[in-house]
Design a protein. Structure first.
Length: 353
């Protein structure tokens, strides 16, 4: 059986590893640049299941994905020798007013009722966990089981694991069309010159998924939502928890690197780090952890979350309406979190088709 995967981001690479490890002999990943070139290496790497979920179903899905990561990280380390930086650093979501704190109290109670660790803290309690928080906060919600990984390390591990499992990774290879015959997807065309036939094609082209020629019109559209990130450095590290302040976040890696994010911008695929983006990100980060004003600014970058058109629409995963075509795309803000569970679902769908 040959499976061809369009896109070598976290979705394409994780699905390739899963399929190869489950016995598919001929797995080919086609990546127009290099594996992990786009959103997957650009991400902050939070496994923020309790913070990011919007309803009970998502909460259950996200928590399952987060809690499975420890085992995946160990398996990848064993297979490749690469440490993906999995750490249960916890999240502190700060409240700036009594009103914010009251809203957080409801969220914390709902999560505790679902059997999850969540705690409402007053300002003193929040500072006891993270002494560098700004003064004058009303309090915080603490989610001790939230975690993080280092995305570029994850992609390196997946590339090595894929090679060891026999996956063929073809970088610098753009898929120019999906091939269709008799109402079925039967392979792909490459740069208009070469065709590659396959028993199954997995679309994992991130925020470019809807732009791959031949993708059925009736699939929900995947559009880019730009996010900018700034990396600071402070050694020795003085913060350890991930801190959320509304939409802004600060993610200390534990080795002195601190990621600050992010923006949510509907600007197509414009690859720009903007003055306003960096200004807003750093302003919010310094407002919640003031000592970051003295940290060294290392670099800033942006990339594109693959977002499914309707606001409440989740990712596109598994079989598609076009036989032979499978989907692993549209994970928006949570593609790193959902990579392994998506790979499992895609492999299940391909192997039972
Ligand atoms: C700033 C930012 C912060 C984020 N933070 C987090 C976070 O903390 N936690 C989390 O879980 N998620 C986070 N995300 C989201 C996460 O990064 C994405 O959901 C995830 O990386 C999407 O993976 P992907 O493989 O679908 O897409 P991508 O990584 O974009 O990969 C798609 C690949 O397909 C290739 N491609 C496209 N078209 C073609 C073609 N025609 N032929 C061949 N190859 C093609 C591209 O070159 C690319 O390498 C963040 C995203 C951003 C932008």
């Amino acid at each position: 059986m040959r499976v061809v995967i369009v896109g070598g981001g976290v979705m394409g690479c994780a699905a390739a590893v899963e399929l190869a490890q489950r016995g598919v002999r001929d797995v080919v990943v086609l990546e127009r640049a290099v594996a992990g070139a786009e959103a997957s290496s650009a991400a902050a790497g939070m496994l923020a299941a309790q913070i990011e979920s919007r309803d009970e179903q998502e909460l259950a899905t996200f928590v399952r994905a987060r809690d499975a990561y420890g085992e995946w990280a160990s398996a990848l380390r064993e297979a490749t020798g690469i440490d993906i930086g999995h750490r249960r650093s916890g999240v502190l979501a700060v409240a700036r007013s009594e009103g914010d704190l009251a809203a957080m109290k409801r969220a914390v109670e709902a999560q505790r009722a679902a059997g999850l660790r969540a705690e409402l803290l007053d300002a003193a309690g929040a500072h006891a966990i993270e002494p560098e928080l700004a003064p004058g906060l009303a309090g915080a919600a603490h989610y001790a089981d939230e975690a993080q990984i280092d995305p570029p390390q994850l992609l390196r591990a997946l590339v090595v694991a894929a090679a060891k499992a026999g996956v063929v990774m073809r970088g610098g290879t753009t898929v120019s069309t999906l091939l269709k015959e008799g109402g079925r997807c039967v392979g792909v065309g490459l740069d208009g010159r070469e065709t590659l036939r396959a028993d199954a094609v997995v679309l994992a082209a991130g925020s470019w998924s809807s732009l791959v020629p031949g993708v059925p019109d009736d699939l929900p559209r995947v559009r880019p939502v730009r996010g900018q990130l700034v990396m600071l450095e402070e050694r020795p590290p003085r913060t350890s928890s991930i801190v959320f302040d509304g939409h802004a976040y600060v993610v200390p890696r534990g080795d002195g690197r601190i990621l600050c994010g992010s923006t949510m911008e509907d600007v197509g695929h414009r690859r720009e780090v903007t003055a306003a983006g960096v200004h807003g990100i750093l302003g919010a980060a310094i407002a919640v952890v003031p000592r970051l004003a003295g940290a060294e600014m290392v670099r800033a970058w942006c990339n594109f979350r693959p977002s499914v058109a309707g606001a409440s629409d989740g990712p596109l995963v598994g079989a598609s309406p076009l036989p032979g075509l499978f989907l692993a795309t549209g994970h928006h803000r949570n593609g790193i979190l959902l990579a392994k569970t998506t790979a499992t679902r895609v492999a299940d769908a391909v192997l039972t088709s």
